[in-house]
Design a protein around this ligand. Sequence first.
Ligand SMILES: Cc1cc2nc3c(=O)[nH]c(=O)nc-3n(C[C@H](O)[C@H](O)[C@H](O)COP(=O)(O)O)c2cc1C
Length: 438
Amino acid sequence: MSRSRMKLGAFLMAGGHHIAAWRHPDAYAQAGSDIDHFIALAQIAERGKFDMIFIEDAAAIRERDPELASQAARSTAFEPLSLLAAIAVNTSHVGLVATASTSYTEPYGLARSFAALDQLSGGRAGWNLVTSASELEAENFAASGLRSHSQRYERAEEFADAALALWDGVEDGAYLLSNGEAFADRSRLHPVHRHGKHFSVDGILESPRSPQGRPIMVQAGASDVGKDLAARTADVVFTASQTKAEAQAYYADVRARLGKYGRGHGDLKVMPGISPIIGATEEEAKAKYRALQDLIPDAVGVALLASYLSIEDLSAYPLDGPLPEMPPTNLIQSRQQLIIDLGKREGLSIRELARHFAGARGHWQVVGTPIQIADAMEERFADGAADGFNVMAPLFPSGLEDFVTLVVPELQRRGIFREEYEGTTLRTNLGVAQPGKS
Ligand SMILES: Cc1cc2nc3c(=O)[nH]c(=O)nc-3n(C[C@H](O)[C@H](O)[C@H](O)COP(=O)(O)O)c2cc1C
């Protein structure tokens, strides 16, 4: 496996990843509902030779807390697969990764949608498989409420296997696509018969095999069972970590699990999030960060923190005191632990923790010059903490534009990021093996 070149994703989110981005003087209020805005962002990422753009999802508004709901511009978003179909026809090389849940869809329908995105983009689709930890989402679909963490993952395992079987059930050349005697070669079509605890699938996907074999599998769970699912099925894993030591521990842990599924280290790319705040000088970068941080009302920061900790009302505790003991969560266990560890390690009060967390929801934030940011990325890349990064600009489009014009050339100059795409499929550019091809 070549470790010499890092992989880059551009995690797009309407006006920006910073919770207060929409209040910034440079904010674009219509960002979440303007397709041209997203197309322009994807084209910036493609100009920067990013491996992929990445779109998160939740089939619900994001905030229950009224204070947060009225102050956080996170609830206007396009459904990712529809959005990426529009972006596909306006780009040519950048990979297109959509988040989709295994909790509120069925394998055949979702495998079919991703097969369509993969066909119409010429082999650039990726599926970020999530299990959906949001109670607001559960309320939109299931009268019985949010399933437990273990039930969600049990369903995800079965779902992933069925989707993979459907994609792999159609071999290369199964459809002859000519006006000869046969349109389909039945010997290359393998019906899927799966009758599990959660799903029943009897059929063949009505799509030719993807130009990249099948869509790229991305996973974002970080609990024990989440890491096992990633090690078994994912090509890319997206993760949140604060310190280099945390990132290295995650990296070593998830890669150590690959062997038991007969997979090698090169089969899985670990791509933690990074939120870069870029300035011509360190002072300018710090001032940019302060300007964003000053826009966060305490109540909003605290409510966001509480929602990730899955505690109803954090404001009942003294804001200048430490985080109280947290009950175990049924939501994102890994993120709750990250927050607890961050608070203890840096001795942060609830208010400070909330402000820190609001910048990038627990992802690594680096404030500095393009060189400092490239240094920080290179260090984690070289020291076994990452195979690449999912870049989360605090503000769009300027944060992504700055990264592409200032940081990407620095990474290229160091020889640790590509100057040209290796190919036209996401799989080729990521350098992960094509299933069914030796
Ligand atoms: C970095 C990261 C990003 C995630 N992005 C999403 C998302 O966009 N939508 C979603 O429903 N869940 C998302 N999740 C939640 C996971 O799919 C999963 O439901 C949750 O993490 C619980 O699993 P865990 O305890 O294994 O982390 C994300 C999780 C992580 C760690």
